[in-house]
Ligand binder design. Structure first.
Ligand code: MTE
Length: 252
């Protein structure tokens, strides 16, 4: 917290949103034609209250709050961003998942006509998909996020609804969600299908390096200064009990 909030101009001008482009500085210029209203999220799988939910109804299903989160990309850059949303657990409790629901899967919208990356980056299997274990999904840090910096999510930040799990590398925090599915078996994930450099768990850990770079430090976007990376990105007290600490499989 001593580093303060990262300037919004910085975090809305430097984005990973491969549906548009792999060039982080260009995402903001390509999102204009992306339509985020109206928006529906389908809920399905091992759950009683499956169905299609309007964004506005979804927003009303939890107690909105603002949290200042430290977010860390697997590429070793980070920022402090105020996120508005509610813990995913509040939604899950109302949906009544069955006892077979062991994982939660999320899928991003598929709109190649509005998202040039989905047309041009043919090596990826669109749409983007991610998942959490039920224990992770129920953790109090796991935020179903509708806003940043006190206003609705900017398009380049994943409007109108995304996940934010601050103890994990940023690629787990899927943007522009249209499907939430409760599953019995562990779902596949976009980045682990794209490359064996990325795993399912992806918890931040300075001791386990990426195959091509160190994870010991990160560039804090506000300052271009390198700072030490912390275990679970500093959130060990909230999530440390979920994983065996020295098992590498949980950290990539
Ligand atoms: N979600 C989708 N659908 N597509 C993406 O390319 N990139 C991920 C994650 N969620 C991504 C995504 C990565 S790698 C990071 S670091 C964060 O979004 C970046 O979020 P930000 O641009 O809001 O900082």
């Amino acid at each position: 917290t001593e580093r303060g909030v990262t300037d919004e101009k910085i975090t809305t001008g430097y984005n990973n949103f491969y549906e548009f482009t792999t060039t982080k500085q260009r995402v903001k210029d390509l999102v204009e034609g992306f339509e985020v209203s109206p928006w529906k999220v389908e809920i399905k799988g091992e759950v009683e209250k499956s169905g299609s939910y309007d964004l506005d109804d979804l927003i009303r299903m939890g107690q909105l709050e603002e949290r200042l989160y430290h977010l860390r990309c697997v590429e070793a850059w980070s920022a402090n961003v105020p996120c508005t949303g509610y813990p995913l657990s509040q939604l899950i409790e109302q949906l009544n998942p069955s006892s077979d629901a062991r994982f939660v899967r999320f899928v991003t919208v598929l709109r190649p006509d509005q998202m040039p990356g989905q047309r041009d980056l043919t090596a990826y299997s669109w749409p983007y998909y991610e998942a959490l274990s039920m224990e992770e999904a129920m953790n109090e840090l796991t935020l179903l996020t509708f806003g940043v910096y006190g206003h609705p999510l900017s398009k380049q930040c994943g409007a109108p609804v995304r996940m934010v799990m601050p103890w994990k590398y940023g690629f787990k925090s899927i943007k522009s969600i249209v499907l939430i599915e409760f599953t019995k078996h562990r779902p596949r994930t976009f980045w682990s299908d794209a490359s064996n450099e990325y795993g399912f768990w992806a918890n931040a850990n300075p001791r386990f390096d990426h195959s091509r770079w160190s994870q010991a430090t990160e560039v804090f976007l506000n300052t271009t200064q390198r700072i030490p990376t912390q275990l679970y990105n500093g959130y060990q007290d909230f999530v440390g009990h979920l994983y065996p600490e020295n098992d590498r499989q949980y950290f990539y």
